[in-house]
Design a protein around this ligand. Structure first.
Ligand code: FDA
Length: 496
């Protein structure tokens, strides 16, 4: 490799990318991280870096002129509104059968997500990564991921007393009365900070409806965990508003073409660098789209036929229930969910009691369910339209609805309540049009070997959620982080 060749280039700055960059840098390797989204380190005109859910603005969405909020309607009224086109934080990426929500910016999905940091129960790990040694994961890599991410559990006594989790206590009561096992869900929120928010002694974040468009204070996104450690190595440069468009082999490595964007999404410069090793960490959708395009257009023709396949939605489906007047869920709702109903073994669903942080009493209980579903889609190159398509069908969500109904039909019948029909459209019960948890597209042991090395191209690796074949049974980011820790350790030991 000549002097201009950089040792390692990482595409994307989410969980997989941050794990790879940190461990490579700690092993003495210089790393360049390329991120299509913004840095998210500068306050806007309101003094805050991030917007909240009650007043979305240009910061909220990736290159849209109108918001596309997960709940499209409330009490029958559409709630979306026009915003200026901007390289905002949440991408609602539309494929023909599904909208895939993703984070854009340095920190990837950690910027926008709910912070629920769940390790799957060991008995279910065979559903997640069948080819991976569970002992190693549960003894070494899950504990490492949990420690680095700062995962912690709510103080149960505070949960029982604080107004901001009244909605979750109602959810627990209804689960218990129908004999469903409820579990506290660990999170990466700073619980001491949330207690201070409730006491009114610090600026509010979870208690100000911050979620989806970033959290200004209490959530420990990657900006507060891996990224400071990455910067402290002195070996990593991060380029925000730079998007990788092509990777092709050259002497001594790979030539990577990178487009620099302005904040309205126009390409303002095109650059090329040569890297000895390239780590795909653009997320399940980002990595899959790149690999499928590069295989089909001749840049990386030797990628195998598994590239783009095995994509799933983690069985996401949402619904709301209308409570009786004696079961108010509270006008103040913490945006960080911390209670789940675990009916995975009996009915194939793990349901989170989610907030509706509207600031008013809604008498609604709202849930995001993660369900068992066999459906897997594939990405393919659409040459005529010059884009990557996804073969997902909206009707496949019926399996997830059926699984979720094993919980909520029973609760409704026990409580004498009904589903809300005003949240996802007019007279529409199920939020079946989206996922927050894209997984797969470059599946471990199929498109790659058992550590993420892409077949056909030594020096190309996948390190993100694209490796996971469609489900993590619970929320995915702890598993994505743990798998990345496992794989990069092996790669550093054997490939450098
Ligand atoms: P991730 O998507 O984090 O990062 C990929 C990065 O690559 C992005 O920053 C992207 O901009 C960048 N990129 C893409 N293409 C590129 C290109 N061509 N060039 C340069 N950069 C490129 N999970 C969980 O466990 N608990 C939870 O509570 C939630 N809640 C939640 C809410 C919402 C609203 C969303 C959208 C998601 C969640 N998730 C979640 C899911 C979780 O955030 C997600 O699984 C992980 O962020 C995925 O991590 P990855 O490392 O795979 O990619």
């Amino acid at each position: 490799a000549d002097a201009a060749t950089i040792p390692a280039l990482v595409i994307g700055t989410g969980y997989g990318g941050c794990v790879a960059a940190l461990r490579l840098a700690q092993a003495g390797v210089d790393v360049h991280m390329v991120e299509m989204g913004m840095a998210w380190d500068t306050p806007g005109s309101d003094g805050k870096v991030f917007a909240n859910t009650t007043t979305p603005d240009q910061r909220s969405f990736w290159l849209r002129t109108r918001t596309k909020q997960p709940l499209s309607n409330f009490l029958g009224f559409p709630i979306d509104k026009n915003i200026p086109k901007y390289t905002g934080i949440l991408d609602a990426e539309e494929f023909s059968g599904i909208t895939v929500y993703q984070g854009r910016g340095v920190g990837g999905g950690s910027l926008v997500n709910g912070g629920m940091a769940v390790t799957p129960r060991r008995e279910t790990f065979g559903d997640v990564l069948p080819g991976v040694n569970a002992d190693e994961m549960y003894n070494t890599y899950y504990p490492r991921a949990n420690a680095e991410l700062g995962v912690g559990m709510i103080d149960p006594a505070w949960f029982d007393s604080t107004a901001c989790y009244q909605y979750a206590r109602v959810g627990r009561k209804h689960a218990q009365r129908s004999n469903f096992p409820f579990v506290f869900v660990p999170t990466v929120y700073d619980w001491n900070y949330m207690k201070q928010e409730a006491a009114g002694t610090v600026p509010k974040s979870a208690l100000a409806g911050e979620i989806l468009y970033g959290n200004n204070y209490g959530k420990k996104s990657l900006q507060k965990t891996y990224i400071p450690k990455i910067r402290a190595t002195g070996r990593v440069t991060i380029s925000p508003l730079h998007r990788v468009s092509t990777v092709r082999p050259t002497t001594g490595g790979y030539t990577v073409t990178i487009e620099q964007l302005n904040t309205t999404g126009d390409v303002v410069a095109t650059k090329q660098v040569t890297a000895a090793k390239v780590f795909f960490a653009a997320g399940s959708v980002g990595t899959s789209k790149l690999l499928v395009k590069l295989k089909a257009t001749g840049a990386l023709p030797n990628l195998n036929g598994e590239v783009g396949k095995g994509w799933g939605d983690n069985g996401n489906v949402m619904c709301g229930r209308a409570n009786h007047m004696w079961d108010p869920t509270g006008p103040l709702q913490s945006s960080i969910p911390t209670l789940g109903i675990d009916n995975w073994a009996a009915g194939g669903a793990f349901a989170e009691v989610a907030p509706l942080p509207t600031g008013i009493e809604t008498y609604a209980s709202f849930y995001l369910s993660i369900t068992k579903t066999p459906h897997r889609a594939a990405f393919s190159w659409n040459a005529a339209a010059n884009r990557v398509d996804l073969s997902w069908q909206t009707a496949w969500k019926q399996t997830s609805i059926t699984a979720a109904k094993t919980i909520f039909d029973k609760i409704n019948s026990k409580e004498g309540t009904i589903y809300r029909t005003d949240l996802f459209g007019i007279y529409k019960i199920w939020g079946d049009h989206l996922t927050y948890h894209p997984l797969g597209g470059a599946v471990l042991n199929r498109a790659t070997d058992s550590y993420g090395r892409l077949h056909g191209y030594p020096g190309l690796y996948v390190v993100d959620g694209a490796l996971i074949p469609g489900t993590t049974v619970v929320n995915p980011f702890v598993t994505i982080t743990a798998l990345a820790e496992r794989n990069i350790e092996k790669i550093i030991a054997t490939d450098l």
